[in-house]
Unconditional design. Structure first.
Length: 382
């Protein structure tokens, strides 16, 4: 099996003219949580859209603070219309209340003394203090979510505050199947069921819908039927297993016969048997049949492909919190448990379900290299 470098494989994927475009559909914003947006979400108004008090206190004109006391002219709450303030006046304001017209400073209530309708202040007071200016948080025209970014619960508020009820999300279609006489469909409930397909299908949820084609038997025509059906019905086809060069490994052979096999594998351990081809212009991602290999191979080649339509890969710098000795004569992929800026390398292996469950990222490490605790390395987040 001819192996190429990971950089070369990435370059091939980015340059190849797949029949792949970003599809989108409008979706209710609450249902869209967990989905990737298919176009930029832009702020349509300033936040806040009027000047607001950042604290409970008294809104004043800073120039009036040289007076001994100020008359309390009224109270302003978040649902109030802002009054106009006159010289020598103060308005009591609650957090989130509009600042009276003409006021330029809020003095916190704990720095004030109220007596007979007049308020006096103590302590150092700065001009402009505790006022949220128009557009201080978000300005009209700012980017709220970039194309390909996932609308997560923490980002939902930034969309809702804009008054948006609908967003456009990615609506790609993925066809996925496993290979092997020994496997049954994932929904069969049997002990030999296909475990990897539902993992990849859920990984793909933000980007659209997955059609499960089932399990191809170890027959060339069965594999061919799956690939052609997927290429006809979906935007991207994903095959799991049958990626090596054994007697019953037909996936790469069929791709060569029906289209283009862009590369057979890469010279990086764990993901080395992963490949990508094209049939009818559609990307065919070939994943190994071991769980860690399959998952990380998709994160590498699948996410590289999806980056062509705007999906963002998350790469960070981390610090190793223990030594790592690479004894292989090939660059290696390691699962990482990342906490803050520190990363703990997990056990090396292709079928370690428990370590994959502990990981939240992965990285590539150079062959025959001794990495020391404290070394900075690149990592990709799940």
């Amino acid at each position: 099996m001819a192996l190429i470098s990971l950089d070369e494989a990435r370059g091939i994927l980015m340059a190849y003219p797949f029949n792949l475009r970003c599809k989108g559909k409008e979706m209710d914003v609450f249902r869209a949580v967990g989905r990737a947006v298919s176009r930029d979400v832009i702020a349509v108004k300033n936040v806040p859209d009027r000047r607001l008090s950042a604290m409970d206190g008294y809104a004043v004109r800073f120039e009036d603070l040289n007076l001994k006391k100020l008359k309390v002219a009224g109270k302003v709450f978040p649902d109030s219309q802002p009054p106009s303030i006159n010289p020598g006046e103060a308005y009591y304001v609650t957090t989130g209340a509009p600042v009276p017209i003409g006021a330029d400073t809020v003095v916190r209530v704990e720095n004030s003394t109220l007596e007979d309708g007049y308020v006096q202040f103590k302590g150092k007071i700065s001009a402009g203090k505790d006022i949220r200016e128009i557009g201080e948080d978000v300005k009209e025209g700012d980017l709220i979510l970039g194309k390909g970014e996932i609308l997560t619960p923490n980002k939902l508020g930034a969309v809702l505050i804009q008054g948006l009820n609908m967003v456009e999300v990615m609506d790609m279609t993925f066809a996925i199947f496993a290979n092997g006489d020994e496997l049954s469909s994932y929904y069969s409930g049997e002990s030999n069921r296909d475990i990897i397909s539902p993992m990849i299908m859920n990984l793909l949820y933000p980007f659209g819908k997955s059609e499960y084609l089932g399990v191809a038997k170890d027959k060339k025509e069965d594999v061919r039927s799956m690939i052609l059906k997927g290429a006809e019905e979906a935007d991207v086809v994903i095959s799991i297993g049958g990626s090596s060069v054994g007697e019953k490994d037909f996936v790469k052979k069929v791709i060569k016969e029906e289209g283009d096999l862009l590369f057979e594998g890469v010279n990086v351990n764990v993901i080395k048997r992963g490949a990508v081809g094209s049939v009818k212009g559609k990307p065919i991602i070939v994943l190994p049949g071991q769980v860690v290999s399959a998952y990380l191979t998709f994160l590498e080649f699948g996410m590289t492909l999806l980056s062509k339509i705007g999906v963002k890969r998350r790469k960070v710098k981390v610090i190793l919190d223990e030594d790592l000795l690479i004894v292989h004569n090939m660059d290696s992929t390691f699962l990482l448990d990342i906490e803050g800026c520190y990363a703990k390398p997990l056990r090396w292996g292709v079928g370690l379900y428990s370590d994959l469950a502990k990981a939240n990222g992965y990285g590539y490490f150079k062959k025959m290299t001794h990495y020391k605790k404290g070394d900075e390395v690149e990592a990709y987040l799940f």
